[in-house]
Design a binder for this molecule. Sequence first.
Ligand code: 5GP
Length: 125
Amino acid sequence: MPYAYDDQNIFAKILRGEIPSTPVFESEHTVAFPDISPQKKTHILVIPKGPYRCYDHFVQAATAEEQLDFFKSVAKVAEQLGVSESAGGEGFRLITNSGAHSLQEVPHFHVHLLGGEPVGPLTCK
Ligand code: 5GP
């Protein structure tokens, strides 16, 4: 079944400037901004500018250029925020939710970048 993209989702509105955000990073195909409800000292959302609903949609439908830009951007954000080991930090966790079982809230592909302090066990029951 093809992926449907709802362009009324919150991140689409942020990308169109209809809802405010404070970008910490921007490239040709990618934007990063703080999560409105941070779960750790560092909690940044990294999103592609293109209309992709989730990770699997992005990998299926985005161009190679968009995908490379996105994944390199995630690493650049981690470095810029000082959480990556290459920047002298102590590491970070990436999380992406896809679909109902993951409890994905916003249907625009995004990666949560969490760090700045220990992030705890991988999952909870
Ligand atoms: P998901 O459950 O889809 O992986 O995560 C969606 C995330 O988006 C949540 O962590 C939530 O706090 C964040 N979020 C929801 N609305 C807004 C908003 O208007 N601005 C920002 N910056 N983050 C939002």
